[in-house]
Design a protein around this ligand. Structure first.
Ligand code: HEC
Length: 321
């Protein structure tokens, strides 16, 4: 009797010979994840973290050189692949920092998506990668008006939420903060921010009086709920979360609730050290005036208030030390 694998192999060969590439493509072996991280990867990690934590946006090319170089030596390293993806998406997300707008920065969406796809393939259980893959698919889909990719991104966001709601409800809502204020996607994104609060505290947070003071004792640096609070990776995650959520409420027109949500950032024990504390104070002050400003899409190089998602601190609000 012929071994079934031999049959499959000869079927693939036959398909190739017949010019039917689809079967051969289907049967291509999956990439193998590396068991150990290379010295180059560990060295690249150091530069990656210092660049991110110090907010050195202009250092992105150097960090990309180190991380991409390490990846090429070992393309089976999911951590390095994801780091390359994060550097590209950071450059795109904070491109408002560029002295002159550069349309080519949109290529960072394509590259970020590709590297997150590698990271997810190598480590499917890491749901943070899935959330960022989804976000980059949505970015790339929007840039290229590729509705198929946009839908893939949307369903990956949902899968990411199911796998790790504490982390991906934020990711998903943040991406949707960019949608028109009266769109279904925007409303859903705002609902996800409320749900994120609920899953973080294990209770339904009062929608009219969302004061977080009573929940501050739940802060932790361990388990799934660590991502709801501040930690080494995102030292001002808590403040950044409420800055974005306040912005989304303002954009929705509800500047009164936005003020209460913004104010939650002040419960953070490190609020005073947060570089963007003055931004938050100004947001509380100008909440009503920002309703119209946030509802308009920002133009490149345009001065005035921008929502966190379109700002020069879209990542740094949470990650800068
Ligand atoms: C609201 C705050 C917030 C914003 C905004 C944010 N992040 Fe994060 N980020 C987090 C949290 C929380 C984690 C998960 C920390 C953990 O796993 O303990 C995280 C995880 C990460 C990691 C994972 C590192 C690792 O290997 O564990 C990187 C890198 C990263 N974010 C980069 C970015 C970039 C780039 C942006 C901008 C496009 C961004 N983040 C926007 C809060 C934020």
């Amino acid at each position: 009797m012929t071994h079934p694998l031999t049959l499959i192999a000869s079927a693939a060969t036959a398909a190739l010979l017949a010019g039917c590439g689809a079967v051969a493509v289907q049967m291509a072996p999956a990439k193998v994840a590396s068991q150990e991280r290379s010295p180059a990867a560990q060295k690249a990690d150091e530069l990656f973290w210092s660049t991110l934590h110090e907010g050195r946006y202009e250092g992105i090319p150097l960090a990309l050189r180190a991380t991409t170089g390490a990846y090429l030596q070992d393309p089976g390293d999911d951590v390095t692949a994801a780091h390359v993806g994060w550097l590209h998406i950071w450059r795109l997300a904070e491109s408002a920092r560029m002295a002159e707008p550069d349309p080519a920065v949109t290529d960072d969406a394509v590259l970020a998506r590709r590297y997150f796809q590698e990271a997810v393939a190598l480590h499917p259980g890491e749901a943070r990668y899935l959330g960022f893959l989804a976000a980059t698919q949505l970015a790339e889909g929007a840039i290229h008006r590729d509705e198929k990719l946009t839908r893939q991104g949307y369903y990956n966001l949902k899968a990411g939420i199911d796998a790790f709601p504490e982390f991906n409800l934020f990711t998903a809502g943040y991406v949707m903060s960019n949608q028109p204020a009266d769109s279904e996607r925007f409303r859903e994104g705002l609902a996800w921010q409320w749900q994120n609060l609920d899953v973080c505290v294990g209770a339904k947070v009062d929608r009219l009086d969302p004061d977080f003071k009573g929940y501050m004792g739940l802060a932790t640096t361990e388990g799934a709920r660590r991502v709801c609070w501040n930690g080494w990776i995102a030292p001002h995650n808590f403040e950044g979360f409420f800055l974005n959520m306040g912005d989304m409420l303002v954009k929705s027109g509800d500047w009164q609730t936005a003020r209460k949500v913004y104010a939650n950032a002040k419960h953070s024990p490190t609020f005073a050290q947060w570089k963007y504390a003055p931004v938050l104070e100004a947001r509380i002050e100008q909440a009503q005036a920002n309703v119209a400003a946030f509802a308009r899409p920002p133009l490149p190089g345009q001065a005035g208030a921008r929502m966190m998602f379109a700002s020069t601190y879209a990542c740094m609000a949470c990650h800068q030390q």
